[in-house]
Design a protein around this ligand. Structure first.
Ligand SMILES: Nc1ncnc2c1ncn2[C@@H]1O[C@H](COP(=O)(O)OP(=O)(O)OP(=O)(O)O)[C@@H](O)[C@H]1O
Length: 594
């Protein structure tokens, strides 16, 4: 737990943490020492010469004074650290997350991150503000008392020490179990949370398929699992906490029995016995207090551990001396093999080159690795072997800013911010002038959309762009890419059919983009594929064919089969034109021969 705390606070606050811990230890030990001093004080006061208690009383007064100083210091420093945690943890988390590879950000990981950044932060704050003090005094104060007991009466001292492993084992047993069930409750809570978000986010689909009136089975199951985990924790935690507390009280009873036996046999003076039993009571008190917090402590330890795990995630390695691109706009995969999970490669020994200012279409069946190629280009992940070159330089040799400056990605799931159309385009290049924004919008066909909207350029697009259609959102994203004016544009075409107007604008923009940038399209639409300078045909993570549309059709291989299949499904046919490549035309209706 202390290791996790140090990791979370970071090297900047390591000194403050050490000072706080030193005061905490001093406080707990001094508390035990002050209590132990009561024995000689009581013995002297109840003896025939009470005046002999004076030096002990003075020592006790000194110990109490230092104890209060330590208590004050550790309380103040504990709250100061709690404040540091509150103010810096989000910053540190933000800084660290910004260094992680983009491939880390799955929805599950982001959900966990959100949970840790809210509840986890509060728990860490709580550790310093409220938990460390009772826990330290629950362990170190009794330990000091047990050692003092040995000095005063070795038999009672040994009996006290004998109780320690029993109490320790009882608490370990209960706290381990509580820790495990808390993890199960936490996992069930996270799953239920994810399902609620899924349920809310996909209401349209669920309602369309009538899945809301009878409940949504995955959500119902997640809630039932959460209730079961919570119920199980409650049923099993309370008896275990009672056993933990009971072990302390049983230890105290055992010490009374040993003390009485010693007194009855005359081995201990009755006055001394009273003093020693008072000491034994103080031995048991803090232990019982700590026992009551075992569950809370374990939960805090789990939260700390989850936060520490995030800090443990290795940052994306950055080159010591970043290299600059040497051949802007070019892309090359050199014998690239890549696996998301060890020993399960999804790309195998893949090699290809893409010259600058060309249009390349990547086609292939679902799961063949098309998206993975774009992820490697954007360095979401590093390759298992081989090299990915962007701008003629290995992506691992470039710093993230240099690499990203060369790319304008337009993915299928276009995310628009709840802002105006203009602001959403301007994200492509925040310092662009108004004319440039308008020009990018014109090239991507956004002007037509703006003309229809009530507030024109200032129309808010709604949360995640919900007030625009899918095709319109993609046009806005294309305008962003045009405005960024990056040497490479990565485009994942929408799989869903676009209406003819959106289709037309997307096609036209791709053609215009090609004049100024290298365009790589994960292509689903036949006109894009047919118009590409080069088509890469993937299957099972391997490049099975490559060439232009006409050559590949003539080869009558995988691509030709793929093309025929798609043409049948879409109702497209090829009409040879005067140009170098055949141009696809919309089939007027089913049954018309190609
Ligand atoms: N984050 C991931 N973790 C593990 N495996 C993954 C991950 N993403 C993709 N895969 C697997 O890698 C393989 C290639 O996936 P990829 O998404 O690149 O295919 P694709 O050709 O783009 O498919 P689609 O056309 O359906 O989008 C698939 O088997 C997929 O299950």
């Amino acid at each position: 737990m202390l290791r996790d705390l140090a990791k979370i606070l970071g090297p900047r606050h390591a000194g403050a943490l050490r000072v706080y811990l030193a005061w905490l230890v001093a406080y707990a030990v001094l508390e035990g020492a002050a209590i132990a001093l009561l024995v000689p004080v009581l013995k002297a006061l109840l003896s025939s010469d009470p005046a002999g208690a004076t030096p002990w009383l003075l020592t006790l007064a000194g110990a109490v004074a230092v104890y209060y100083l330590a208590r004050h210091q550790q309380t103040m420093k504990g709250f100061a650290l709690a404040l540091v945690v509150l103010t810096t943890l989000h910053d540190r988390l933000g800084d660290h997350v910004a260094t992680l590879p983009l491939g880390w950000f799955s929805s599950e990981k982001v959900g966990r991150l959100a949970q840790s950044a809210t509840g986890g932060t509060m728990m860490v704050t709580n550790v310093f503000a409220h938990l460390m003090t009772p826990v330290a005094s629950g362990v170190l104060t009794p330990a000091t008392i047990a050692l003092a007991m040995l000095l005063f009466d070795w038999r009672l001292g040994l009996a006290t020490l004998a109780c320690v492993p029993l109490i320790y084992l009882a608490h370990r047993w209960s706290s381990r179990w509580i820790g495990r069930t808390e993890e199960a409750v936490d996992a069930a809570g996270a799953e239920a949370g994810n399902r609620v978000v899924e349920f809310a986010r996909h209401q349209q689909v669920l309602r369309a398929f009538g899945r809301t009136s009878d409940g949504y089975p995955p959500l119902d199951a997640a809630i039932a699992a959460q209730q079961a985990a919570g119920g199980s924790m409650l049923r099993n935690t309370i008896p275990r906490l009672l056993v933990g507390g009971l072990s302390v009280h049983l230890a105290f009873l055992a010490l009374i029995s040993v003390g009485l036996t010693l007194a009855l046999t005359g081995a201990v003076d009755p006055v001394e016995l009273v003093a020693l039993l008072a000491l034994a009571a103080r031995f048991a008190g803090p232990l019982a207090e700590a026992a009551g917090r075992t569950g809370l402590l374990r939960m805090a330890a789990n939260d700390l551990h989850r936060l520490a795990e995030i800090f443990d995630q290795p940052a994306l390695p950055q080159p010591a001396t970043p290299a600059a691109p040497t051949r802007p706009g070019t892309i090359a995969f050199e014998r690239v093999t890549f696996a998301y999970r060890p020993d399960q490669p999804v790309l195998h020994d893949l090699s290809f080159q893409i010259p600058a200012r060309t249009l390349t279409a990547i086609v292939g069946p679902s799961g063949s690795g098309k998206t993975t190629i774009t992820r490697l280009l954007l360095r979401f992940f590093d390759v298992s072997s081989g090299r990915v070159l962007v701008g003629g330089t290995d992506v691992r040799a470039q710093d993230s800013e240099t690499l990203m400056a060369q790319m304008a990605p337009v993915m299928q799931e276009v995310y628009l911010f709840d802002d105006t159309i203009e602001a959403n385009i301007r994200i492509g290049r925040p310092d662009a002038g108004e004319d440039e924004v308008r020009e990018a919008a014109r090239l991507a066909g956004v002007e037509e959309i703006v003309a229809r909207l009530p507030q024109g350029w200032n129309t808010p697009v709604g949360e995640a762009g919900s007030l625009l259609s899918g095709g319109e959102r993609q046009r806005v994203a294309l305008a962003r890419a045009v405005l960024k004016d990056a040497p490479i544009v990565l485009l994942d075409e929408a799989t869903a059919a676009l209406d003819p107007e959106n289709e037309h604008f997307v096609q036209a923009t791709i053609q215009r983009l090609k004049q100024r940038a290298t365009v790589v399209v994960i292509a689903h639409r036949l006109p894009t594929i047919a118009a590409a300078d080069r088509i890469l045909v993937l299957d099972g993570g391997r490049l099975v064919e490559s060439g232009n549309h006409r050559d590949l059709l003539a080869r009558n291989g995988r691509y030709a089969a793929f093309w025929r299949e798609r043409r049948r499904a879409h109702g497209w046919r090829l009409v040879p034109e005067a140009g170098p490549a055949a141009q696809p035309k919309r089939h007027p209706g089913p049954g018309v021969p190609a």
